[in-house]
Design a binder for this molecule. Structure first.
Ligand SMILES: [Zn+2]
Length: 110
């Protein structure tokens, strides 16, 4: 009898064979595909319910990701420390983005 939630060994073998094609780096992997500055296609993983990655999905989806992380923290899926790390990363990215337009901008916490 198969383990790991599979009904049979044959089902597990079929799953593993298909997984090789669809997983990261596989020929059927789903990628963002947005055009990058170097002219290539973005290889980022699309968000759930979107065809673009977090970099190329726009502000609405980015806000949705933050709200999802907030909900995950409230439900105990992630710890407050992990959420704080995500928030710190967002603040760092926001500051870096602001510094691109004005390098003399003072560091300000939002
Ligand atoms: Zn992308």
């Amino acid at each position: 009898m198969a383990s790991g939630g599979f009904y049979s060994d044959e089902q597990e073998a079929n799953f593993r064979a298909a997984n090789v094609l669809h997983r990261r780096g596989g020929p059927l992997e789903v990628v963002c595909g947005a055009r990058t500055r170097t002219g290539g296609a973005c290889q980022g993983k699309p968000l759930a319910g979107s065809r673009r990655c977090i970099k190329h999905c726009g502000p609405h989806a980015a806000r949705a990701v933050r709200n999802r992380q907030l909900d995950d923290m409230r439900r105990g899926k992630i710890t407050p420390a992990e959420f704080a790390a995500h928030e710190a990363r967002r603040a760092m990215n926001r500051l870096r983005d602001n510094w691109k337009s004005n390098p003399w901008l003072a560091c300000q916490a939002k």
